[in-house]
Design a protein around this ligand. Structure first.
Ligand code: GLN
Length: 192
């Protein structure tokens, strides 16, 4: 049995827990208190509002705990706002949040008209068949260094990537009924 925590400060927590609960040999926990982070095998940073989640991470003194999980090579997956939290650089600002992944992201990168949209694409490393992709006020990755592997580009923009034990998706697999991206993350955790 492996234990995966979903950071429960703000945003789409229940949706992740619901999908994880359908995968065998996975115990899914919502985590928000410092002690909740003991004995995790993997952590998901959900979508929501990155500035709000970041403020709450500071208030509850959780940033160093998450940074330490990364040092211990515990896999961490950020979806949407979670991807922004992982990034070392955020376009238009000199601040970053967890500062873990060698990517630069642009927030709300699809503008107002395209603020939310759906698509379908194959992510070869995850599945040979198309996956449903849901974007909500999504960021994309504008720059990355060599350590970061692109998993998916949409219209030339990187929307899924990984760097060692870090996984980032600009879209929300938890808002679909498709378990493949969650299973991919679970396999990363098992391989760890
Ligand atoms: N636009 C949000 C942010 O900047 C992210 C949106 C989301 O997570 N769906 O934090």
């Amino acid at each position: 049995m492996i234990t995966i925590g979903v950071l429960d400060l703000q945003g789409g927590v229940r949706e992740h827990l619901h999908l994880l609960s359908q995968i065998s040999n996975v115990r899914a926990l919502s985590v928000k208190k410092k002690e909740d982070f003991n004995n995790l095998d993997g952590l998901i940073l959900p979508g929501g509002e990155s500035t709000t989640i970041s403020k709450l991470l500071n208030i509850f003194e959780l940033k160093d705990i998450i940074i330490n999980l990364n040092k211990e090579e515990i896999p961490i997956w950020g979806t949407c706002a979670g991807m922004i939290l992982l990034a070392k650089e955020i376009a238009g600002t000199s601040t970053s949040h967890l500062n873990l992944m060698d990517i630069k992201v642009k927030r709300n990168a699809y503008g107002n008209q395209l603020a939310s949209f759906k698509s379908k694409k194959v992510i070869p490393k995850i599945s040979k068949k198309e996956l449903p992709l849901v974007f909500i006020r999504a960021p994309y990755i504008t720059n990355k260094n060599k350590k970061v592997k692109t998993l998916l580009k949409l219209d030339g923009k990187i929307v899924a990537a990984e760097q060692d034990n870090l996984l980032a998706t600009a879209f929300h697999p938890e808002l679909t009924t498709d378990l493949r991206v969650h299973k991919y993350f679970v396999n990363k955790v098992k391989a760890d």
